[in-house]
Ligand binder design. Structure first.
Ligand code: TYD
Ligand code: MG
Length: 444
């Protein structure tokens, strides 16, 4: 038999070192290395006996292991049906975005459909959750709540209460007192998640972990959780707008293509099944610098208004602001307009560009809309209210068609675009024709 060896483990990032160091060589944290026992290895030559059984894959009993609906169609769309028993789903999002609200609604809906649902609140008190439930008019008798932050106690509740679905709010506040590391440290977050994964598999319970995302966009505990869990959902939105988006970053049981849309209302989150025209309600026609772009989110096209404002700058280095749009792509479009089309009006001007409504557009297909809005603003020519533009701008000044042109056209038909005109650029067309110096015109 091998003997247990002492090593030193960082309580922040989990890195191990054979000797004690004042500073962790991996994450750079000071005084975080603590003694830990390295796992012993069986001496070579020892006969190994399996503790598990090999079975034919066709003989696996799948009865009762189908996904359970969350009761919220937009979330089911992202999950490919619902929560799989025995799985662990991590819901990440910035503080205040609505994670606790979403999951309380999910538990209430699942409890209403007959599931035994348990909410573990490790962050808020029971009365705070009770107040939220009252605001959301939730009164499902089979929805239970426990205010507890201790992992062993939570695991005991799971094994004795045998719930079908458990929400832990949040994984960063849950801790195992035996680990010695502070709550929220990587060691705690990872250990707690690993033991919850094991408990989920043992009892066939669907576990949902709430994880706070830092301002930089990473889940606290550098990505350790993403490897441990089955599904990672990202809950996004702009706190100043009502729109909330749910997308799967990782999903062991289905695609990561779908997007769920919700609106935050006075009485919680309400699904938005048909988003065409969602962002066009406040649009003012006839204003230069505005155009509609059909962007693809998963398999669903969304019509988004792209706005630009170009104004004379008093700054040595003129301002470039992109809200809901990628800064890099705005810079690229400005460079192409200047270098390839000879638009000199941007050099000494402040440029503001935005995707309206709190949506974040990352696909390059929005380039043409950005270019048209910029040229429209700098020339003062308003674009036709029924114009929908989509295409990627290349460094040579060429336009490339985005994928899903059919769906984008269909979105225009279902949306609030009044007349029969849609300009989705179809092949590699030279943008010279599209954006002539006299003002923008787009041919399809
Ligand atoms: P919350 O679910 O507590 O966010 P998180 O758990 O991600 O930190 O939601 C916080 C915000 O949501 C808060 O600013 C109030 C708002 N809200 C509503 O607009 N309507 C509602 O019905 C509820 C419950 C919250
Ligand atoms: Mg919360």
């Amino acid at each position: 038999m091998g003997t247990a060896k002492v090593e030193h483990r960082c309580t922040e990032c989990g890195t191990t070192s054979p000797r004690w160091l004042g500073r962790c060589p991996s994450c750079g944290a000071w005084s975080t290395l603590v003694e830990a026992c390295a796992p012993s290895r069986a001496a070579s030559g020892t006969a190994l006996l399996p503790t598990s059984t090999v079975v034919p894959i066709s003989a696996i009993d799948l009865e009762g292991w189908g996904a359970r609906s969350t009761g919220m169609a937009e979330l089911d769309r992202v999950l490919g049906g619902g929560l799989v028993p025995g799985s662990v789903t991590l819901v990440g999002g910035e503080p205040g975005i609505g994670k606790s609200t979403l999951l309380l609604q999910v538990l209430a809906a699942m409890a209403g459909a007959g599931a035994r649902a348990l909410l573990v609140t490790a962050e808020e008190s029971a009365s705070q959750v009770g107040l939220r439930a009252r605001r959301l008019r939730i009164s499902a008798p089979s929805l239970h709540l426990v205010a507890d932050a201790s992992l062993p106690s939570v695991l005991a509740h799971v094994s004795t209460g045998r719930p079908d679905v458990v929400v832990i709010d949040s994984i960063q506040t849950l801790f195992d007192p035996e680990l010695g590391a502070p709550p929220g440290s990587v060691t705690q977050v990872r250990e707690c998640a690993q033991r919850l994964v094991a408990a989920a598999k043992d009892h066939g319970v669907s576990v949902v972990l709430v994880g706070h995302v830092t301002k930089e966009g990473s889940l606290a505990g550098p990505r350790v959780l993403e490897h441990v869990v089955d599904t990672v959902l990202s809950f996004e939105g702009d706190r100043h707008h009502a729109l909330r988006l749910v997308r799967a970053v990782k999903h062991r049981f289905g695609s990561t293509d779908e997007l769920g849309l919700f609106e935050m209302t006075e009485t919680g989150l309400v699904g938005v099944p048909d988003p065409s025209g969602l962002f066009l309600g406040d649009r003012r026609p006839g204003v230069p610098g505005s155009v509609v772009a059909p962007i693809m989110e998963g398999h669903r096209p969304l019509l988004v208004e792209v706005q630009a404002l170009v104004s004379p700058s008093t700054l040595a280095q003129p301002r470039r602001s992109a809200q809901g749009l990628d800064h890099g792509r705005l810079a690229l479009v400005l460079a192409v307009l200047g270098a390839r089309l000879g638009h000199r009006g941007f050099a000494a001007a402040d440029v503001h560009a935005s995707a309206v409504g709190g949506v974040r557009v990352v696909e390059p297909g929005v380039d043409l809309a950005v270019a048209l809005a910029l040229v429209s603003s700098v020339t003062g020519h308003a674009l036709p209210a029924d114009l929908v533009a989509c295409g990627e701008v290349g460094l040579g000044g060429e336009l490339r068609v985005g994928v899903h042109a059919q769906q984008r056209r269909a979105a225009r038909r279902r949306g609030c675009i009044p007349r029969r005109r849609v300009s989705v650029v179809t092949r590699d067309q030279r943008s010279h024709a599209a954006m002539s110096a006299s003002g923008p015109r787009v041919s399809s």
